[in-house]
Design a protein around this ligand. Structure first.
Ligand code: NAD
Ligand code: LMR
Length: 366
């Protein structure tokens, strides 16, 4: 049996976690041969509820569930964590946009970034779900000077899965028949679900669907799906969000299938002309625990306008939280790098600024 890995989950007594934790314990995220230690974090007032969740987890007798620990603060909860799923935050209600949560949730992610920096395993992989997910990921990452920004991602896999499901339903196909979906930008109504590279049964999707349906129905439906669910349920998506978290982490850790492209929110490295320094959803492939942005995707005029609109929204969100972004980490988020306490800066391969700067290539996850 392999050694157990430590997975910290915030908001562990909330709606998403009530689905998520059971999937993780069943081996759906880290693999069917990987024991897990769940480090569950909640606000102090929700600890009774959290104890109930822990009892239920225990009562499922999952063979891969090694230990459960409960914490009312992130500093303890993140201790030595190999993976951190930042779910805990306030959800929006009917009539709100996700960015309306910025002010209330920003503080949470600044503290969590600091706690990850100080207490988590040095190679921790972080997935931010709490909304607005992209900008919260930026806040957390900017508050973690000793970790690489590439260790932080945000959840746009839900949008990816939604696009796949809606397209499959429209075409009478199954999701297994569909590939090449790409979500660009923000987890918000400006996101761009791009079908120009998508395939249905191996053939170009755009040749099999009506362009008017794509532009006037499909795109807005994916963009506004979260709101549609809130209107219908009175609560935000939970089970589908949990599935998306599992999918995104599993692919990041265990790798994507050969030929498969997924969408992940990550720090822009300037690919496709997108401004550096914001968390933006790109098409990626993953292997060996790393992700790589898929390059050379053709971007037509229609797509470019949408890539730019969602980029602008993220730049505006960033400007709104500027005081939560320490100056100390500005440079490491422009040129993907990690500043070690020793003063040495490690850059991802081929991204170092110039020959004069302290420069090392590294195999560490960058
Ligand atoms: P919920 O209200 O049911 O649960 C959130 C839980 O987080 C609560 O139990 C609360 O006590 C806890 N919490 C709040 N602040 C915390 C903190 N600082 N530390 C630890 N725990 C804390 O909400 P939910 O439905 O589980 O959704 C959680 C978040 O995920 C919301 O912000 C929601 O908008 C977001 N979300 C994002 C996506 C996505 O695709 N990115 C999808 C669905 C939901
Ligand atoms: C979603 O997309 O379902 C979540 O981000 C919740 C929301 O506020 O829409």
């Amino acid at each position: 049996m392999r050694r157990p890995v430590r997975i910290a989950v915030t908001g562990a007594a909330g709606a998403i976690s009530y689905s998520l934790l059971f999937k993780i314990a069943a081996g759906e995220m880290m693999g069917k041969d990987q024991p897990v230690i769940l480090q569950l974090v909640e606000l102090p007032h929700a600890m009774d509820s959290l104890r109930g969740v822990a009892m239920e987890l225990m009562d499922c007798a999952y063979p891969l569930l090694h230990t459960i620990t409960l914490h009312d603060n992130v500093e303890d909860g993140f201790s030595n964590a190999h993976y951190a799923l930042l779910v805990g935050a306030k959800p929006r209600g009917p009539g709100m946009e996700r960015r309306d949560l910025l002010e209330e949730n920003a503080q949470i992610f600044a503290r969590q970034g600091k706690a990850l920096n100080d207490f988590a395993n040095r190679d921790v992989k972080v997935l931010v779900t709490g909304n607005p997910a992209n900008t919260n990921a930026l806040i957390a990452s900017r508050n973690a000077p000793d970790l690489s920004p590439s260790q932080f991602t945000c959840l746009t896999r839900l949008d990816h899965n939604r696009a796949k499901g809606i397209l499959a339903n429209h075409c009478g196909a199954t999701t297994r028949d569909i590939g090449g979906i790409m979500i660009w930008g923000n987890h918000s109504p400006t996101q761009y679900p791009d079908l120009h590279q998508a395939t249905i049964l191996g053939k170009p999707a755009m040749a099999q669907i009506d362009t008017t349906w794509y532009r006037d129905e499909f795109i807005p439906k994916v963009q506004k799906r979260g709101g549609e669910i809130i209107e219908a349920r009175g609560l935000s998506s939970a089970a589908s969000a949990a599935q998306a978290i599992v999918d995104q982490m599993r692919d990041w850790v265990l790798g994507t299938e050969p030929g498969e492209i997924i969408s992940m929110g990550l720090l822009s490295d300037g690919s496709y002309g997108i401004a550096k320094g914001i968390f933006y959803s790109f098409p990626v492939i993953c292997n060996y625990g790393r992700y790589q942005i898929v390059q050379n995707v053709e971007i037509n005029e229609f797509s470019r306008q949408r890539l730019t609109a969602t980029e602008q929204e993220l730049l505006d969100e960033k400007a709104a939280v500027e005081e939560m972004l320490p100056k100390e980490t500005e440079a490491s988020h422009q040129s993907l790098s990690i500043c070690l306490r020793s003063g040495v800066t490690l850059y991802a391969d081929n991204t170092g600024p110039d020959a004069d700067s302290k420069f090392m290539t590294t195999n560490r996850v960058l």
